[in-house]
Write a protein that binds this ligand. Structure first.
Ligand code: SF4
Ligand code: SF4
Length: 791
């Protein structure tokens, strides 16, 4: 049973000794001395137990991906053979639970060799290196025990990664010392060619103050702003997290680091002896500060997650002291790193929370944040497309940006779409007034009926408004009204909505509904074909959830396929609604019974496959997919599917193979189409809530899977859909029923992986993504990169 918030980042202390003796080290030189009691290396047994616990945790919380950082001390002290075993165990055990692993390692670089890099490339481990800047800066702290400089070794490590192994190069971490020249340090970091970098404040507390030459000045802010200015002047050649986090926080985005912002922390440390600890930096506070008393041998991560130390970083503002809560930059700063808030309890108030203080870097943080804001107010607005992000909570955004979305995340999109449809209906009511011409009387009656039903039968109204093609109809009414081409027949469709709602509400009513192209339509329920001579409208009598046309000759009810996990009667096979003709592919006519039977057979088979093998998608699909519109099959026999941007909750597809002897292949082909198209549905809904790209950019971009270039949104949609396709084949490599199909899946996986990864680069380089769009695409790439394992 899930009992506490999930951890998503796991720092594994695979070695607890180091080959350097840096005097600013928070592991060996700070208040905590627990390293003395730890084994030199994490044992094989502890590695396996840790992997099993993570797998258990990921399964319980349905985590599609976890991030693992191998850390120390110095993790390369493990040696290549032991490292290989460790990586193999971690991947094998965790991925067998259906969870992808994003593996990283952080090193001082002294022992990084080609052999290690080949191993990391093989296991898709990204490597970060500590580099404090140029020779002078490095020698200030980062020395061997005999006092020798480690600068050459660090330079050799970053050169190896930059020049020969850029695919596994994660970036550079630089600890600040304000005695160093900030520009020289920045240039040394820049020259290391990192894909990203971070500048870290040295760990300090109120009881162990940071070094300051002039306590009256915010020296750390001055130092960082000098770096910022140089970085900005050079066109920001690589992301620097300390700055990008502040810029993101200005826009209301999560900071992505525990050092800034109010986002909850989801990181746990596993020490070399299997102890489960809080963030490492707490070692700078007092001896034993990161302890929880839990161990991986005896406790689950859920048990550890309930520890008050983790709880203390989950409640945003509520976890901060009064000064921080009232601070004008608290949303960006978040009180800084928790460790930096520590003040040893005084004898007069021994019970007081020792972390209930502003950061010891308070002035520096405030001046840094305000300094960046002053510098970027003009330039950011000019350079970055405007961005909206309506109420997408961080955890929902996290899942969707990685290409996934569980039932809870999709329920969030559903709620937003529901509000959107209510808004659209209100706008149609307003536009219909005066635009309905000869249909005004019928429309007025429908508006009155809908208004009454809205008061007492909201669920029924939502069921009808939730029909995907209702918003297609509403937007058509509004577009036409705005352009002065309003069609009274479209507004008359309000009566059809009123009748369908009355049926679903189970009330007694008589509703005059329009005849449209020889049929009367009841959205979500079906249509009555009355022929071309039936007149302009038909009066329907509705009672107790029935309508007098049900069962009449000419009545064509919407067929539904009942499926596990779906609520509300499964999926509708919609082949009656007039507004479904908005797909880029011709829709099928009303299905004859034989074809409908083939759908009724194949959809459950496809769903069984999705529910069994594709856990990262099935719950989201069950929560959000309401309708499949059968499309006309392609004459060439190729798979056909389509999503209409305005029809949230629906996908269109032609049944892949109709031969009865090939149900399994039809099912797997349909499962793939469902994953692919539902990705479009999700992204369409995200784009209704948030701006990921500049809509005014009309350039066309390379789409690796097509001959012709695509507009930016088309490329983004294609990329998002193909990440689902890649994942389908990734899983199918192991689950296909025979060797031939598994080999086919392997080839498809390689093909789509390459195409999709390439597309994420084209998107990121377009220069037209918003900051949120960049983060979104970065998250997609993280997901892809975590799949490169052969396991
Ligand atoms: S390399 Fe890292 S772990 Fe080793 S002594 Fe230096 S700071 Fe500490
Ligand atoms: S640490 Fe200082 S700058 Fe940060 S939120 Fe608290 S009071 Fe504001």
């Amino acid at each position: 049973m899930v009992s506490a918030p999930a951890f998503r980042q796991f720092v594994l202390k695979v070695a607890s000794r180091c080959d350097l003796a840096c005097d600013h080290c928070y592991v060996y030189e700070a208040a905590d001395t627990s390293w003395r009691r730890k084994p030199r290396f994490m044992s094989e047994q502890t590695v396996r137990r840790t992997a099993e616990r993570i797998a258990e945790h990921a399964a319980a919380h349905r985590l599609p991906t976890v991030a693992l950082v191998l850390h120390g001390g110095e993790p390369l002290l493990l040696g290549p053979a032991r490292m290989r075993e460790t990586l193999r165990t971690l991947r094998e055990v965790i991925e067998s639970a259906g969870c992808a692993v994003d593996l990283r390692l952080h090193t001082n670089g002294v022992r990084l060799t080609d052999e290690y890099c080949e191993l990391f490339r093989e296991h898709h481990v990204r490597v970060g290196v500590s580099l404090d800047g140029d020779r002078a800066a490095t020698d200030l702290h980062r020395r061997f025990a005999n006092g020798a400089s480690s600068h050459m070794q660090a330079l050799r490590a970053v050169s190896l990664l930059r020049d020969d192994y850029p695919d596994i190069y994660a970036g550079v971490l630089c600890t600040i010392d304000v005695r160093n020249d900030p520009v020289a340090v920045y240039e040394a970091v820049r020259d290391a060619g990192p894909p990203r970098a971070d500048f870290l404040l040295p760990h300090a507390t109120h009881s162990d103050q940071p070094r300051r030459a002039d306590p009256s000045r915010a020296e750390y802010a001055d130092w960082m702003l000098a770096v910022f200015d140089r970085w900005d002047d050079e066109g920001r050649p690589f992301p620097i997290r300390s700055f990008t986090s502040v810029l993101d926080a200005f826009r209301g985005l999560p900071s992505g680091t525990e050092s800034l912002g109010l986002s909850p922390v989801d990181l746990v440390v596993v020490e070399a002896d299997g102890a489960l600890e809080q963030t490492d930096s707490l070692k700078a506070a007092y001896d034993g500060a990161p302890d929880t008393g839990f161990t991986v041998a005896e406790h689950s991560f859920d048990e550890a997650s309930a520890h008050p130390g983790f709880e203390a970083r989950r409640h945003g503002l509520a976890d901060l002291c009064q000064t921080c809560r009232q601070c004008p930059v608290v949303a960006v700063c978040g009180g800084g790193l928790r460790t930096h808030r520590y003040s040893a309890p005084s004898q007069t108030a021994p019970q007081a929370d020792p972390f209930n203080n502003p950061s010891v870097y308070c002035r520096d943080l405030k001046e840094l944040i305000l300094g960046i804001r002053t510098r970027t107010q003009a330039s950011v607005v000019a350079r970055v497309p405007a961005q909206r992000a309506l109420g997408l909570p961080a955890d929902v955004l996290h899942q969707l940006a990685h290409g996934y979305g569980d039932a809870k995340a999709i329920a969030h999109l559903n709620r937003f779409q529901r509000s959107l449809r209510i808004l659209l209906l209100a706008k149609v009511f307003a536009a219909a007034d005066g635009a309905s011409g000869a249909r005004q009387e019928l429309v007025d009656a429908a508006v009155a009926t809908l208004t009454t039903l809205d008061a007492g039968h909201k669920n029924a109204l939502h069921e009808v408004l939730g029909h995907p093609y209702t918003s297609v109809w509403a937007l058509r009414c509004l577009d036409d009204a705005q352009s002065g081409r309003a069609d009274p027949e479209d507004f008359a469709h309000l009566a059809a909505l009123a009748a369908a709602t009355a049926v679903r509400a189970g009330v007694d009513a008589e509703v005059e509904v329009p005849v449209r192209r020889g049929a009367v339509y009841l959205p979500t329920l079906g249509r009555l074909v009355v022929g071309a001579d039936a007149g302009r409208s038909v009066r329907l009598r509705i009672s107790g959830g029935e309508c007098d046309v049900f069962g009449m000759q000419g009545w064509q009810g919407v067929r539904r396929v009942a499926l596990s996990m779906f609520s509300g009667g499964g999926i509708a096979l919609e082949d009656t609604d007039p507004f479904r003709r908005c797909h880029h592919w011709e829709v099928a006519q009303r299905l004859p019974d034989t074809e409908a039977a083939a759908w009724m057979r194949t959809v459950p088979a496809a769903w069984d496959l999705l529910a069994r093998d594709h856990h990262s998608y099935a719950p989201g699909i069950a929560a959000g997919l309401s309708t499949i519109v059968p499309l006309a099959p392609s004459l060439s026999g190729r798979a056909v599917s389509s999503t209409a941007r305005r029809a949230y909750g629906a996908i269109g597809a032609a049944l892949p193979v109709l031969r009865t002897d090939a149900t399994d292949r039809s099912a797997s082909a349909l499962a793939l189409l469902i994953i692919h198209e539902f990705q479009h549905v999700k992204l369409g809904a995200v784009l209704d809530m948030a701006d990921l790209h500049d809509p005014h950019d009309t350039r066309l971009f390379e789409a690796p899977w097509r001959q012709d270039p695509r507009p930016l949104e088309g490329l983004l949609q294609g990329t998002y859909a193909h990440i689902g396709v890649t994942d389908f084949w990734r899983v199918r490599r192991f689950t296909a029923p025979n060797a031939e199909q598994r080999a086919h899946a392997e080839a498809e996986f390689a093909l789509w992986f390459g195409h999709t990864l390439r597309a994420t680069h084209v998107l990121a380089d377009s220069g037209s993504l918003t900051p949120l769009g960049l983060r979104f695409v970065d998250a997609l790439r993280t997901t892809l990169e975590a799949w490169t394992s052969k396991v």
